[in-house]
Design a protein around this ligand. Structure first.
Ligand SMILES: [Zn+2]
Length: 152
């Protein structure tokens, strides 16, 4: 680490002796706006402009930005989504059927990896306030043909 700390060093992308550590905020874009994650140290090249961030750190950057966006936009947190689901007695896949979102979506929300849409957020709040509105899975179409009631 002591050698690498002697900035600038050779950039592994462009080869210029212009790489250094940076702690500048990392902007993450959402449809609703851009939120900058802070608290990360990463390699940045002043010559080619590349920032080298590990995949693991990128996951954290994304989660920090999602948290900032949720706080700013007034959306439910990961914990709230998790609590809602448990209070309603639903598995992740059940809630996905209720909301009509793709497989794995609720897990990504609960891990804070993805920002839920405003519509999904509103729908979850309605279900939280009115749990009697939770539909039995067999009444919700899994294909995109609308809800049909089974014939008895
Ligand atoms: Zn470079």
């Amino acid at each position: 680490m002591t050698q690498e700390s002697k900035a600038p060093w050779t950039c592994s992308v462009c080869g210029a002796p212009a790489a250094r550590w940076s702690t500048d905020p990392l902007p993450v874009e959402f449809r609703e706006g851009t939120y900058a994650a802070t608290g990360f140290t990463y390699e940045h090249c002043d010559s080619c402009g590349e920032s080298l961030i590990s995949a693991r750190d990128m996951d954290s950057v994304q989660r920090v930005a999602v948290e900032l966006a949720r706080a700013d936009l007034g959306r439910m947190t990961s914990d709230e989504i998790h609590s809602l689901r448990h209070e309603l007695g639903l598995r992740q896949s059940d809630l996905e059927v209720q909301l009509g979102v793709g497989v794995g979506t609720v897990g990504r929300w609960e891990r804070g990896a993805v920002l839920q849409t405003r519509m999904a957020d509103n729908f979850m709040r309605v279900l939280w306030a009115h749990p009697e509105l939770v539909t039995h899975s067999d009444l919700v179409a899994r294909e995109s043909r609308g809800p049909y009631r089974k014939r008895d």
